[in-house]
Write a protein that binds this ligand. Structure first.
Ligand code: NDP
Ligand code: OXD
Length: 309
């Protein structure tokens, strides 16, 4: 009856305490403390060190501590014969939606340039834009993309999304597959990336894609740094084809001190905090899956090895 938590940030104790408090019958260990490796049935991982899953020979499944699982597939040594689960959570979805809507309003009302003007003591009342001026396109209409689409519609944005399979969502125009990508891009004046990082989506935010967006489009990447070709974004912003960007995720995190994004006036960055797994809402689903595993039932929120998400 044991779970090991493997992550390299400062949150191991937070999760250990939250899981132990919710169910004291299950032994919860940090991978950094002495623990009976052969008794571990579940590894709850978040950006674990590559190879760190190898010692656990009796694992029944791997639980990602977040919605994304790209970091598991990037570990050549993760066990391939057991299931992977991920976080699918209403709070994670609403937090993401709030972040993206905040970023969109900040763009429409020029908050970033006004902040720069303030720092320089400049009074510069520039024009602003309205909700009705824009069509918003979401790359990835999954759990987070759909929750965002619903909220955008509620605010009155013309909303569309792109995914592998067509969706039926009230007042959301759905595009699917590579053949419909260009039509989706051509009409997305604000484009938000909420795709999982897989071999098919790696580097998708590149010059070719940006050129297909309407002139002056705004880009928001809240998915993974690996989706974006950094130098292509800077080139397209400097050319004026893309008017700016809001980025929460990066190839290397923390973003290296000398990265050009830090100083770029038209790029707004946040430190991978758009939406963070919350112990209160995520612990119950981790424990529910543990119960299911023990009872031989199908796990919730399974990841497809074929699609990589
Ligand atoms: P889902 O798996 O629920 O949704 C993924 C969506 O992307 C689906 O609509 C899927 O299509 C679509 N998709 C995947 N591959 C392709 C492709 N090749 N072409 C077209 N569409 C594709 O994921 P979530 O919504 O839960 O999360 C999305 C990502 O957000 C996570 O993987 C993670 O990287 C990131 N994230 C970032 C956070 C942050 O704080 N910045 C927080 C949480 C998540 P279909 O529906 O047809 O399968
Ligand atoms: C996630 C994340 O994938 O926080 O959940 O990025």
């Amino acid at each position: 009856m044991s779970i090991v938590i493997i992550r390299q940030d400062e949150k191991i104790d937070l999760w250990k305490n939250a899981l132990s408090t919710a169910n004291s019958d299950i032994k919860i260990y940090s991978y950094l403390e002495d623990h009976p490796v052969d008794e571990i049935e579940v590894a709850m991982v978040w950006k674990h060190p590559k190879g760190s899953l190898k010692p656990y020979k009796n694992l029944k499944y791997i639980a990602s501590g977040g919605a994304g699982v790209d970091f598991i597939f990037e570990d050549p040594d993760f066990p391939k014969d057991i299931p992977i689960t991920r976080v699918v959570d209403d709070m994670l979805a609403s937090d993401m939606s709030e972040y993206v809507i905040g970023a969109i309003f900040s763009y429409l009302k020029n908050f970033n340039s006004h902040k720069i003007n303030q720092i320089n003591s400049q009074w510069n009342p520039t024009g602003y834009r309205r909700i009705t001026d824009f069509k918003v396109g979401i790359l990835g209409l999954g759990t987070l993309g759909q929750a965002l689409a619903k909220d955008l519609v509620r605010f009155g944005f013309k909303t569309q999304g792109w995914s592998n399979t067509k969706k039926v969502l009230p007042q959301v125009n759905s595009f699917a597959g590579p053949l419909e990508l260009d039509a989706f891009l051509a009409t997305s004046e604000i484009v938000i990336c909420l795709l999982p990082l897989t071999p098919k989506t790696k580097g998708i935010l590149n010059t070719t894609l940006f050129e297909k967006l309407p002139m002056g489009a705004y880009v928001i990447n809240v998915a993974r740094g690996g989706h974006l070709v950094d130098e292509d974004l800077i080139k397209m912003i400097d050319k004026g084809h893309v008017s700016g960007a809001c980025l929460d995720v990066f190839h290397e995190e923390p973003l290296p001190e000398n990265h050009p994004f830090w100083q770029h006036k038209k790029i707004h960055i946040t430190p991978h905090c758009a939406s963070v797994s919350d112990t209160q809402s995520v612990v119950p689903q981790i424990l529910e899956n543990y119960k299911r595993m023990k009872a031989g039932k199908e796990l919730l929120h399974l990841v497809s090895f074929k699609s990589g998400y």
